[in-house]
Design a protein around this ligand. Structure first.
Ligand SMILES: [Zn+2]
Length: 465
């Protein structure tokens, strides 16, 4: 891995350019210029663009309802809202788990956690799994992944197909030093390191076809630069400040793509791995249950042209659908064994190829070595079940009327026993599904003590019986 890093010359240019660009971007207001308009139906022609690029921005820990375009009252995300207004936005979108590794394994492979079996802290995506970056590389794209969250690191198999898969080095700015304090193994740096490296990458390789994955992480840490501290200093305010800061990072990358005139041949997708709870169901954070605040995430597609009217999809969609959809749009043959489906027919208003239900799956023992203890979320157009089969019966099922109660506050399982039983049936059928051919008995790695303490610095309690 170190060798790989040393081979990666653009990485050094990125580090060198960091302070200069960083200074400039904090001084300017990011505005996205107007672009050519196009038709939704032209989505079928994207595959014909010769020098097509794909940029996939994953924003860790971003719940949909804290974005303006999803109805939030605060202006946390002006850039992403503007992108959504001129592109495609999936309004009722569900992530497959509530911690990064399980959720990202599902997202990349288009399979549910029960299919890919990446459920525990030591599990590794096997070589046999085919990841989108491998398909891009075969199709002649330059591939690069930039991340800061250790759960998607090399040791867990997420590097497959990336020519460069790196965690950019941290800036030695006064702010970075201040933030680092005196804590060992703290997550160093900031998402600005990713933005700077991404800007350098697209600049350097603007003549090539590329697939770039940028996995932002500052929202997970509630981290932001001072001039994004515009919503106050409370706990939830800090979360919103970090969304605003991340939005500026996205804007900086998009502004550079604009400047290089790359947006006309780039498909840009923004998604998230899970949300964040603020005591809606007695918990803070994530990786503890599968309620709405943790599984309802944004999904935004920005086409190589602006749409006159935004396309807002109200139908239920899932993260497992994203890669089958993207590969369909760019004309790369997807893998067969997916639970998700291409949403292109839905985008075009022709048909809904994957009408639901949507599933979320968290093993409550993901961070230790005790036996399986699944919690399953089943979401339909009208209802949501949270099922925890190992609990005593009266605490094992929660049923919500999503239209009346989108925040899942009023449990109706006693008033709606039949509807509840029908969804419990779906949840138990889900749990009995067999794994994918490549998913059987996923490899595990011994997570060494240093790695564990870095992951613990993210706020998780990991390890133990
Ligand atoms: Zn995450």
């Amino acid at each position: 891995m170190i060798k790989k890093l040393l081979d990666s010359s653009w990485f050094y240019y990125a580090a060198a350019a960091l302070l200069v660009i960083g200074y400039a971007a904090t001084q300017i207001k990011i505005e996205l210029p107007a672009r050519d308009h196009g038709e939704l139906a032209d989505i079928r022609k994207i595959a014909e663009i010769e020098d097509l690029n794909v940029v996939f921005i994953l924003i860790d820990t971003l719940r949909a309802d804290h974005l303006g375009s999803y109805g939030y009252e605060r202006e946390t995300s002006p850039i992403m809202d503007r992108l959504a207004e001129t592109g495609i936005r999936f309004h009722n979108h569900v992530a497959q788990s509530t911690w990064t590794k399980t959720s990202m394994a599902s997202l990349w492979t288009g399979t549910y956690p029960v299919t890919n079996e990446i459920l525990r802290f030591g599990h590794v995506l096997p070589e046999e799994a085919t990841l989108p970056a491998e398909l891009f590389r075969k199709a002649g794209y330059r591939t690069a992944g930039l991340y800061r969250n250790g759960w998607v690191g090399h040791e867990f198999g997420f590097q497959q197909g990336f020519e460069q898969y790196v965690r950019p080095s941290t800036a030695t700015s006064a702010a970075a030093v201040e933030r680092a304090k005196n804590t060992p193994h703290q997550l160093l740096g900031s998402d600005w390191d990713l933005t700077t490296s991404a800007v350098e990458f697209v600049t350097r390789y603007r003549e090539d076809k590329f697939f770039l994955y940028v996995h932002y992480m500052d929202i997970h840490q509630f981290a932001f630069e001072e001039d994004s501290a515009i919503f106050g200093s409370g706990y939830e305010d800090a979360y919103d400040n970090s969304i605003h800061w991340t939005d500026r990072n996205v804007g900086t990358l998009v502004a550079q793509l604009e400047k290089l005139e790359l947006m006309d041949n780039t498909l840009l997708v923004i998604a998230a791995d899970h949300g964040e709870a603020f005591m809606e169901h007695g918990n803070e954070g994530h990786a503890k249950d599968v309620h709405a605040e943790n599984v309802e995430t944004p999904a935004i597609f920005v086409l190589p042209w602006f749409l006159e009217e935004p396309r807002v999809i109200e139908e239920l969609t899932e993260n497992v659908d994203l890669w089958p959809t993207i590969l369909d749009i760019v004309g790369i043959e997807p893998v067969d064994e997916t639970d998700g489906r291409s949403l292109v027919p839905l985008i075009l208003g022709e048909a809904d190829p994957h009408p639901g239900p949507a599933y979320a799956h968290l093993d409550r023992n993901w961070a230790n070595t005790r036996p399986d203890n699944p919690t399953i979320g089943v979401r339909t157009e009208d209802a949501k079940l949270v099922w925890w089969p190992q609990q005593p019966r009266h605490q094992s099922r929660y049923y919500y009327d999503i239209n009346e109660d989108p925040g899942e506050q009023i449990d109706l399982h006693q008033d709606e026993p039949e509807a509840t039983a029908a969804l419990v049936e779906l949840a138990s059928e889900y749990l009995e599904r067999g794994p994918a051919s490549w998913g059987a008995s996923p490899d595990s790695v011994e997570v060494d003590s240093m790695k564990l303490s870095i992951l613990r610095a993210l706020g998780y309690v990991i390890g133990g019986e």
